[in-house]
Design a protein around this ligand. Sequence first.
Ligand code: ADP
Length: 459
Amino acid sequence: MSIRLRLTLLYSAILLVTLAALGTFLYFSQAQLTMDSIRGDLVQQAQDYVTREHRVTRRIDPATGLAILPGRWMQTRNPDGSVNGRTPDLGDTQLPLTKAGLAAVQSGTAVTEQGNVQGVPVLVYSQPIMTENQVTRIVQVAAPIAEREQALGTLRWVLALSSILALIAAFAVGWILAGMALSPIHKITNTAQAIGAERNFSRRVEHNGPADEVGQLATTFNNMLTELESAFHQLEESLQTQRRFVADASHELRTPLTTIRGNIELLQHEPPVAAADRAEALADTKEEVDRLIRLVNQLLTLARADAGLALQPEAVPVKPVVEDVCRQIKLRAPQRPLSYQIPEDTVVLADRDAFKQVLLNLLDNGVKHTPPSAALDVTSAVVNGHVSIRIQDTGPGISPQILPHIFERFYRAQFSRSGPGTGLGLSIARELVEAQHGTLTVETKIGQGSVFTVTLPRA
Ligand code: ADP
């Protein structure tokens, strides 16, 4: 059963109970009131007879002394119940008195009973007349109650009919109101179904109503869709990046492999090629294998970084690491002017291996991408609880066209493509630094050189 129908039935049931209670109360209080009023008149008339006042009467029957009132009958009985006098309009009929009524009256208690006189329903009041604590006579007064019965019957019909009409109207209005209140929920359901079918997270629920509970639901649903949409886009973007990365990696791996294969074919050549060519092919192969090893190592580092690489930050004194890295660079480029000034007490909070790798990549770039005469210098400074390590070169600088891309994976400037680089050095360096809650930035001036700054938390 739908919520709409349930709500409507609930309203209607509440209204039904209320109407029934109200109608019953109204009906019975009306019945009681009219009965009390008729009975009051009868009691008054009987009392008048007993006291012989006849205040409310106009005519007294001279034979019986009973009051004659239009629409009323009077009658007297002996204590044993036998009739001994009645108003002439009763004719041959008697006012009824049941056995139980007679017994009650005989014991001195007045009774009110319903009965029939001349085919008309009546209310009969019977009262004993007492003399010295003895019932000497019984006086009975009756009045027809047909009108009252009719009025109560009409009241019953009016109440029943108006209740039914009110119920039908309440059901209809309740149905419409519940429909209006629930319509945003239908819209939400339809939107959710459409999103499921079309995978279109840009859809929104249109709700122009007040910010009530349903309005809040619509707003919350729309906010959730906004979040989902951005998450979906992020996911798509990262999937795109992943695909590009795999394509780039395959491409980078294929180039050295193709060269190696070419060299092997050359070495297998019959008749064998000249010794000098063989030596060159072997040297070339070795170079390409080195490049492959470097590339695979870098890819491994990147894959680990992507998988949330478990770095172990510790207090690492900067100077020994810089010394170590500079020593390695010196081995590769003995002629290169290389200097560093790091205070002994400069200590960073970093993963030792990752930190070393970052410095190595940056200094290696300094060697690869600047002329052999360009100087490299490493310095450090402590700023706001962080340590900044500057790797400065006096090379040609980085042009504004390529500057925005140098941290992208596999990005190599046109002129660097033929070199030994893979285009992964800077992206690896930045990922490692960021994984250690640091930053890697670059400043460059064409013709004057570049400064790469690694900032890490101070230990
Ligand atoms: P790779 O060095 O393997 O080519 P990187 O990611 O380390 O890849 O560097 C990306 C590009 O940034 C390089 O191809 C180069 O053009 C430029 N670059 C990096 N460091 C320097 C530098 N010190 N001076 C000039 N250009 C640089």
